[in-house]
Design a protein around this ligand. Sequence first.
Ligand code: MTE
Ligand code: MO
Length: 596
Amino acid sequence: MQSNSPVPAWAGALVGLVSGAVALGVAQLVAGIVGPTTFPVVAVGDAAVDLTPLPVKDFAIRAFGSNDKAVLLGGVLVVLAALAALLGTLSRHRPAWGYAGFAVIGAIGVTAVLTRPDAAPLDVVPTLVGVAVGAWALRRLLHRGLATSATTTAPQAAEPPAAAPHADASQAAASGPRADASKDAVPAAGDVPLREAGVRDAAARVAPSDGSVASGQAVPGASAQGEAERPAVMRAGGGAPGFDRRRLLTGVAGGVVVAGVGVVLGRQLGGRQAVDAARVGVALPRPAVPAKAVPAGADLRIGGLSPFVTPNRDFYRVDTALVVPQVDPADWTLRIHGMVDRPVELTYADLLKLPLTEADVTLTCVSNEVGGPYVGNARWLGARMADVLRRAGLRADADMLLSTSADGFTCGTPVDVVMDGRDALFAVAMNGEALPVDHGFPVRQVVPGLYGYVSATKWVVDIKVTRFDRDEAYWTPRGWSAKGPIKTQSRIDVPKDGGSLKAGDTTIAGVAWAQHTGVDAVEVRVDGGQWRQARLAEVPGPDTWRQWAIDWAATPGRHTIEVRATDAAGRTQTDRRAAPAPDGATGWHSVTVSVA
Ligand SMILES: Nc1nc2c(c(=O)[nH]1)N[C@H]1C(S)=C(S)[C@@H](COP(=O)(O)O)O[C@H]1N2
Ligand SMILES: [Mo]
């Protein structure tokens, strides 16, 4: 690596970083105009989610929980930042490095955007504009680090007014082709004069003419290999250009402002507000079939025990969406097609006009480890899936409903389960309010008894009636079972694992679930002793979890507490430990506590 640039490495790295930020800010702004799902960093992250090997994904879910998305996006940004800093450093010597680097990053962004399931051609625009502006900013900023020293070593009057230090914008406009950033991004023959106008030609600018003219004259029609002629041009210019820190830093500050404004404005334009407003404006109809009253004894109200109803803000969230789909109910339709007699298409207004059913249903994620947090209970309001499907007329040999969300996630649900009379819903509300956007607004599926990945499609927009031997849903080729009935589980909420408590009378409590069958018994044992029956809270039906509690006279020392449930069909949870993949974890939950 030559080090003939007067711009120090740190300044190169800083310029690279800020140019990268400008690229992202501009991309965010354009994405806000073009559409909310097309921001390239998110597309790259989404693609990474899809390409990640299963064990890594499992690890990420375990290690980061609901923060896995933030961690992934953060990771993409850190890699981008490092690349941008490197490109900035390299570009001090060879501007082509910067352009080539931005071009490669742009190509990755465009590929990621275009391979998203919901991709449209317009979606590449934010990436292209962002990368082009970023490459242009890189060149401008490096140029700034030199320009003043150049102009101070040469008579100011030699420069046309457009090149005065404060007149950057007009200079950019005046320099015409040099400002054509899309050309900058492609290191081809036409790039040479552009590069010439960059760092290397700073010396040429000492010559009594505008830089762009000088460069145009220096290497007319030169090809990319014209590189070798450059030192001659520099010598011809005379006078070593210096590094002007102040000028570079003011340019950098300008770049930071552009990036920040781009991000903020882009987000605002991105439609989040519009969908939030639409959500607040939804008037929920009264249920035609209200939920069974929740018995007063459903909630034992024990400190630390999960409440019977999980508040929306505490409800676990699991999905593949890095940015939550923003679906305007005014644009939403649900299409039902495939193995049906009459394809059906419903609007949100159509759906709300159907007789709605209200039901308490506990959702569970197949990724939930024994004792894990990915389970929650809510009151849902929605149209019965069976009613809607009957309108379409299901063919007798269809056995799968392949549902698709607005962001392209797919889910395969057995037809017989949905049609057997249980409260399988196209849900529009959760705990008395329109679905939170994170939980599938405007419409999601809820099917009691099936893990979420095979039943609970959020932002659902399409149902293809098909067969398991013809179609596959998102998680199936990724190592998860095509069918996912929920396995009976029980969890100890209090005392907490690893906790300490005082000796004496205390309460052990938790929840157990066996959706659509129901929990009939919960037993607890301490230190491998006798199983004792816990008392069970009441439940409105078999589709929710069930609280349980048992008294315990805690004695000093370390103790291990275990729990197991038996469902209403008399099946007791197996003690055999199984990992979540491919079809749900098994084993008894246990906690260890110290009593003093
Ligand atoms: N569109 C979409 N819907 C989805 C998913 C998804 O990744 N995308 N994940 C499913 C899984 S695995 C689960 S467990 C539930 C979780 O629903 P929640 O986030 O509302 O708790 O949503 C299901 N619906
Ligand atoms: Mo899940």
